[in-house]
Ligand binder design. Structure first.
Ligand code: HEC
Ligand code: HEC
Length: 361
């Protein structure tokens, strides 16, 4: 099974047809139009981004996404509603999420002792992609698809928790340890284990602080007045408190991975009453279902259902990894949690079916 293949799409070059210069010319132009022109257009628009990517806005008559820097958005608010928001955000952020904040320490949502080493290691290993404030807009970001995660929405894709929970520490630890296959996110096994836990804590802290600042801004726009910082800070640390993370565990041990289970899995995969995996992933799991082209993720970028036959699974290809992915869903993407729709036995059947797709290749 290939688990670290860098890109998921494959394409075949048309066989060279001797003596048919016209056809080959047409093919080249078509290839140019297909691959190069969209890239240039893409690069152009992405190249003009500046600053951070925390907020996207949809122009009414223009479906293209623009990422508006946080500071610009704050400035826009102040231009319309008067000064004060930027100061309130900075003050609240310092008071509640500053590295010295006693309030944060007492909240029990972060381990402050890990933060300094986390920060140092983040600056060494992560900042180039995820950006200094964790907005996913590091200098390398514009070249990457999928984009490095913007931590400031508080959303993480690969978790072992139910749909409304933030990730557990060990989910982030696992991501950092083994990377995300098929994306630019590297593995950091060589960074010693304690430092990886420090990084986990720093990512959580960046995420909470970012979430708080973004909520201040969003609520200000909504209610047209400066929100109460303490109230929003309370909501954020509450969400992240370990006692509020509801984990999803396999209800039964793995059932036998045999032909019968694979066939049951295949039937479930195309069953409209059971989550209709095929509507996104296609009947053969190639990522080409009827609605495959319709989606974007919560960060504002287009997203496609995975080609499951490629055998590249970001959150791991072991049975228990796939079980967790199906049960917990992939947060921030169209793929929701199936914990309620499928029994444990059914989930294992789907796991076996998915594994059979890539084994066949
Ligand atoms: C070369 C670029 C790159 C570097 C360096 C990098 N990342 Fe990432 N990271 C990514 C990309 C790209 C994604 C998004 C993958 C996706 O959406 O599937 C990501 C996603 C993540 C996620 C989100 C996982 C989830 O469940 O949503 C975390 C957490 C993370 N990275 C932490 C780190 C940490 C910590 C470091 C440094 C030790 C780091 N990354 C270094 C590119 C990078
Ligand atoms: C509404 C669309 C949708 C439906 C329905 C859906 N998925 Fe997905 N699925 C996605 C998208 C989009 C991704 C890619 C997410 C990403 O790249 O971060 C994905 C990714 C996956 C992955 C890859 C996980 C990894 O670690 O990389 C698996 C496995 C998967 N889906 C299985 C299923 C199964 C099984 C079902 C049915 C129970 C299902 N999906 C239903 C949209 C969907």
């Amino acid at each position: 099974m290939r688990t670290t293949q860098p890109f998921e799409f494959t394409f075949s070059v048309a066989p060279r047809r001797r003596g048919n210069a016209l056809l080959s010319g047409v093919l080249w132009i078509a290839a140019l139009l297909l691959f190069v022109v969209p890239y240039l257009r893409d690069r152009d628009s992405i190249g003009s981004y500046e600053g951070d990517f925390t907020r996207d806005v949809k122009a009414d008559d223009d479906k293209d996404k623009i990422d508006l820097p946080f500071s610009t958005d704050v400035a826009d608010y102040e231009a319309q509603h008067g000064k004060g928001l930027a100061e309130a955000i900075a003050k609240g952020s310092e008071e509640f999420f500053g590295l010295e904040s006693a309030w944060l320490r007492d909240s029990g949502s972060v381990e402050p002792l890990r933060i300094p080493s986390g920060k140092l290691n983040y600056e060494i290993h992560c900042v180039g992609c995820h950006g200094a404030i964790g907005d996913g807009a590091g200098p390398a970001a514009r070249h990457l698809n999928p984009r490095p995660r913007n931590f400031r929405l508080g959303k993480f894709k690969f978790t072992s928790t139910d749909a409304s929970s933030r990730p557990q520490r060990r989910d982030l630890f696992q991501t950092i340890t083994r990377g995300l296959a098929g994306s630019a996110m590297p593995e950091f096994r060589l960074v010693n284990e304690e430092k990886r836990w420090d990084l986990v804590e720093y990512v959580r802290w960046l995420s909470m602080k970012g979430e708080f600042e973004q909520m201040m801004l969003d609520q200000a726009w909504e209610e047209e007045e400066i929100p109460n910082a303490k109230e929003l800070a309370d909501i954020v640390v509450h969400r992240w408190h370990p006692s509020n993370l509801r984990p999803i565990f396999p209800g039964v041990n793995e059932t036998p991975n045999d032909a019968a289970s694979v066939e049951r899995g295949r039937a479930l995969f195309t069953d409209v009453a059971k989550g209709s995996c095929f509507s996104c992933h296609g009947k053969e799991g190639r990522g080409d279902g009827p609605t495959a082209g319709d989606y974007e993720d919560d960060w504002g970028y287009p997203i496609r259902p995975r080609d499951l036959s490629a055998g590249t699974f970001r959150a791991g290809a072991e049975s228990v990894d796939l079980y967790r992915t199906i049960a917990a869903g992939i947060k921030g993407t169209p793929m929701g949690s199936f914990a309620g729709a499928l029994t444990s036995e059914e989930t294992w059947d789907l796991v076996h079916f998915i594994q059979s797709l890539s084994h066949k290749r």
